[in-house]
Design a protein around this ligand. Structure first.
Ligand code: ADP
Ligand code: MG
Length: 447
């Protein structure tokens, strides 16, 4: 055990690497994959007092568990760190020297545009295998076909299957890190065998969301379709490993194996807030429920504010409702990275602050603007914002200071709060901390 591991503070999360039956009644038995939270160090640095998900406490052997941390990295986390883009045959050979059997990279083919080349170092020589792109599939030998390069590389990593050697060590592109390693090392990789997939429950931009079962709990699984969008997926998942709050949809882990890419999160039985508001409406939802949703979201946003994280896509469709009616913010797909390459046409114009639309100036303050629109959605029971204005005229109206009218029956104090969020000058908008205080005050007065 290293020195570092010897000093796990209270609250540290760990994942069990092996099963532990326990030998005395003081021990806390666990199974591989269980999440445990450290409570106290003991006199013996090999043992910690910990508790499991059910709240049961006991001592655990430290070498049976792995610490779970946020995935942060200096370099770019990549699912294809071995992909070097358009480099020449000579450059590839240079990159693969000194020779090390099994070292490989993938490049775009220079001779056959649209195809790729797998370059593998083998007993002092570099072999170049042409990867043919045919009818949406990739193949080297016209026998095995793959949907994407990740699947192809995974296949030949397991088995040489006709190549001079199986793939062993990727030659990383400069400045990149293998996402898979990063998720494994920080304790966020889940075991595919323990996940069952059922029906589709939603459609996302990057792929379907499917209801699943992971070790006996219902989970939502975001499945990735193409390797082209995979990078955004990695960014979203790595952001989620760094966040923990009761009003944020919790990440359970990711699966990156055999070419399948999944983000596994807690399952929110009541679906998206916008659908929830529309289907229940005024008759079911009273002022108290609406205020509670508003407070839930403000708590999540205050947490993001404190941690300097900008959401960029806050809207009722991206807030989900749990079985016990807790609203939780989800959809962290619009990270800075994903966004800088995104064209503005795809932006949720009606929710985005004018300075963000105009100059791409995203900040906690632009999230505050979106929060104002979200409040409007809540109090109008899920109506589409700016109902009377054609989308093409919206930006110019808003820039001139146009603000939406109060939803029917919305308390004046709540409407005033929305209007503060829609101040054209970002600096004069309230902070999420202030917003939450205002809403708490409104709640205390029983509006
Ligand atoms: P995207 O990033 O592509 O917008 P979302 O994360 O918003 O994808 O998911 C799309 C839809 O899938 C949501 O609107 C919701 O209906 C459903 N969904 C997503 N995550 C969950 C979850 N954890 N529990 C229940 N439903 C979910
Ligand atoms: Mg969404």
């Amino acid at each position: 055990m290293t020195e570092l591991e010897a000093s796990w503070p209270q609250g540290t999360e760990c994942v069990a690497k092996y099963n532990f039956k326990g030998t005395t009644e003081h021990d806390l038995p666990f199974c591989k994959g269980d999440i445990l939270t450290i409570i106290l160090a003991t006199k013996d640095s090999n043992w910690y007092k910990a508790k499991n998900c059910a709240g049961k406490e006991g001592t655990i052997p430290v070498n049976y568990v792995q610490k779970r941390e946020g995935v942060k990295s200096e370099g770019k986390l990549s699912l294809m760190p071995w992909f070097h883009g358009k480099i020449s045959r000579e450059q590839a050979e240079q990159l693969l020297s000194p020779p090390e059997t099994g070292m490989f990279l993938v490049r775009e083919s220079t001779n056959y545009p649209g195809d790729y080349t797998l370059c593998v170092s083998c007993e002092g020589k570099v072999e170049h295998y042409r990867i043919i792109y045919k009818d949406g599939q990739l193949t080297i030998d016209m026998e095995e076909y793959f949907e994407n390069l990740i699947q192809l590389v995974d296949h030949y990593t397991e088995n040489a299957d006709g190549l001079c050697t199986k793939l062993i060590n990727p030659k990383l592109e400069e400045g990149t890190l293998a996402a898979k390693d990063a998720f494994c090392k920080s304790g966020w990789a889940l075991n595919r065998e323990e996940l069952q997939l059922y029906d589709s429950i939603g459609k996302g931009e990057f792929g379907d969301v499917i209801l699943g079962d992971y070790r006996g709990s219902k989970v939502a699984v975001k499945c990735i379709k193409h390797d082209a969008t995979a990078q955004a997926f990695v960014a979203e998942a790595s952001v989620m490993t760094q966040l923990r709050h009761n009003n944020l949809v919790q990440l359970l882990g990711v699966i990156l194996e055999k070419g399948s890419l999944f983000i596994v999160t807690e399952f929110m039985t009541k679906g998206s807030l916008v659908d929830y508001l529309r289907s229940r409406g005024r008759i079911v939802l009273d002022g108290h429920s609406l205020l509670k949703f508003s407070l839930d979201v403000s708590a999540a946003m205050e947490y993001l504010e404190v941690n300097n994280f900008v959401h960029r896509d806050l809207a009722a469709r991206n807030v989900l409702v749990s079985d016990d009616n807790v609203a939780k913010v989800s959809d962290f797909g619009m990270t800075k990275e994903a966004c800088s390459t995104q064209d503005m046409a795809k932006f949720p114009i009606k929710w985005t602050a004018p300075e963000a639309l105009r100059d791409k100036l995203f900040s906690t303050k632009s999230d505050v603007w979106s929060y104002g629109v979200l409040l409007w959605e809540i109090y109008s029971f899920g109506r589409v914002p700016y109902p009377k204005i054609p989308l093409k005229d919206m930006v110019s109206h808003v820039e001139k200071g146009y603000k939406m009218e109060s939803p029917d029956g919305c308390p004046a104090v709540v409407y005033n709060t929305m209007k503060l969020c829609w101040s054209l000058d970002p600096c004069t908008r309230p902070t999420f901390h202030m917003l939450r205080e205002m809403l708490k005050h409104i709640a205390a007065q029983g509006t």
